[in-house]
Ligand binder design. Structure first.
Ligand code: ZN
Length: 301
């Protein structure tokens, strides 16, 4: 067994008494987190072979270094309230990679939708929706790169706000093709929902600018509210209900993914897993747009 570094801490087990319990690990009987400073003072090194050892300078305490499931080395401790979670090196790379790989497909998807367009409304919807996908993955990649390369905190802060604001814009753009291209009863219902939706998006962005990260739970609830309420409005008014099921499936994938969005420091790679849910949800909704709002390739050639 070896001592495992967990961010600024290592996990150890004390024979005699608890050394320094943190809220995150206090539920593990007999185990505790020791911060690096305290560990150095007690001459316990991460990666050192496990053995009962007399602690230097204090013969009355005995520690042995705890082994821990190997996957725990891939995550850091959970952030305290008001603190940002600090991903491990591999988590940083996974966060960048999981969205960076989607930028080029999003660009190709935009070009493909434009090529299928046969009306100015379809072209407009293709550009708005396609570019929102590119912006979502691009902004997320830029933000996570700034975290990995430890950019100046101001740059990181601005990119984080842009990343979060882009999610609001993406929600608005995801509904836009449906509200623009599908007939509704009454006719103005689509435009009315579109207007209210974009007002909510603007409100969400203003909230981000003013209260960024002040209340993370409220932020998540706002995303859910703006993401789900337009669906409740369009289902009764849309004449053609085909494929709305795909729209709902994509939405459900985002909602399930939110569980991981909230699991930083509990599940290793939680944020990267959330990214993968976003990619999956976006893909389901993209193919629904292609198949149900645009003419097929065969019919356009
Ligand atoms: Zn992210």
């Amino acid at each position: 067994m070896v001592a495992l570094p967990l961010g600024n801490c290592i996990l150890v087990r004390s024979h005699s008494r608890t050394i320094a319990v943190t809220a995150t690990f206090s539920t593990l009987p007999g185990y505790t987190l020791l911060d690096m400073h305290a560990a150095r003072q007690r001459n316990i090194k991460p990666g050192s072979p496990s053995q009962d050892r007399k602690v230097a300078g204090n013969g009355s305490e005995q520690f042995f270094v705890a082994g821990w499931q190997s996957w725990h080395r891939y995550k850091n401790r959970r952030a305290c309230p008001g603190e940002a979670y600090e991903p491990t090196e591999v988590e940083h790379v996974a966060n960048i990679f999981t969205h960076a790989i989607s930028i080029v497909p999003a660009l190709c998807g935009t070009a493909y939708l434009v090529s299928l367009s046969r009306s100015s409304a379809q072209t407009l919807a293709a550009i708005v929706y396609g570019l929102s996908l590119v912006a979502l993955f691009g902004m997320s990649t830029a933000f996570h790169c700034s975290c990995y390369y430890a950019c100046e905190s101001k740059t990181k802060f601005r990119l984080h706000i842009c990343d979060r604001a882009t999610i609001f814009i993406f929600i608005g753009c995801s509904y836009t093709p449906w509200l623009l291209l599908r007939e509704t009863e009454p006719v103005y219902a689509g435009f009315l929902t579109l207007t209210v939706l974009w007002l909510m998006v603007a409100g969400g962005i203003l909230y981000q600018l003013k209260y960024h990260e002040k209340n993370k739970h409220l932020e998540t609830l706002i995303y859910l509210f703006i993401g789900l309420t337009p669906a409740a409005a369009i289902i009764p008014s849309m004449l053609d209900h085909r494929s709305l099921w795909n729209l709902a499936q994509g939405g459900a994938v985002y909602v399930v993914g939110l569980v991981f969005f909230k699991c930083d420091g509990i599940v290793p790679f939680a944020h990267a897993i959330w990214h993968l849910f976003v990619v999956l949800g976006a893909s389901i909704q993209y193919f629904a747009v292609v198949h149900h709002l645009y003419p097929s390739e065969a019919s356009t050639s």
